[in-house]
Design a protein around this ligand. Sequence first.
Ligand code: SF4
Ligand code: SF4
Length: 233
Amino acid sequence: MATPYEDLMHGALSAVKVLVQNTLGRERTVEAAVGLATRTIEITELMMSELARLHPPERPIACARACDACCRLTKVATDVPSVVRIVMHAQKTFSETELLDLRDRILPGGKESDAPGCTWLANRACTVYTARPVVCRVFNAFDAAECNAGNFIDPNGDEAARKLAEPHRVVIGAAIQDGLRQGLEGLGIDGRQVYLRPASLRLLSQADAFERWVKGERVFEDITAGVGAGRLH
Ligand code: SF4
Ligand code: SF4
């Protein structure tokens, strides 16, 4: 018999698959992709609350808005609808100066970079905090000093690694991402995760990137990070 935790994980995966059908399955537009990403986040937040009730963390989670080691030291990978949502959010809400700053971060020295560190981090704060993707909401640690030392959680790692953070959050995040991938692939759309920095650049600089992706073209093939939620470092 499945445990309540396993039920939660399977429920999250199924809910997101249905959500893909109800959004991009109905119309293949930017608005539908943004709606999908937004509602996926709502499901994620609900699942995280339920998980905290069912499976309280062994220690308090140290994550806070002003804490940025994970944003500075890792190469963040996420799903394409989340990147679309972040880019649209920036285009709607950033000032001219903020857009110029973004260009400098996304193309440091006028060149594309594959260095770790998130494009959306500025002055040690997330500039798209309300639109941040699933991975940024489930990734966690009990001690920010461990993160600053580069010791991040690997939910599939050894016992010692898993004592640095609450692994169930990351596993449920991976189930949510898997539901998204399966749902997108059911529509013939490439559902694999992409690196956030170059995918943001591509969507900002290639006017037809979204349209081609949503029609099933492998627009992000060279910047695909594989399947499942994760921060790679
Ligand atoms: S994962 Fe680590 S660096 Fe990132 S917010 Fe949490 S404690 Fe801070
Ligand atoms: S989107 Fe925001 S929270 Fe997520 S890695 Fe980038 S700066 Fe950090």
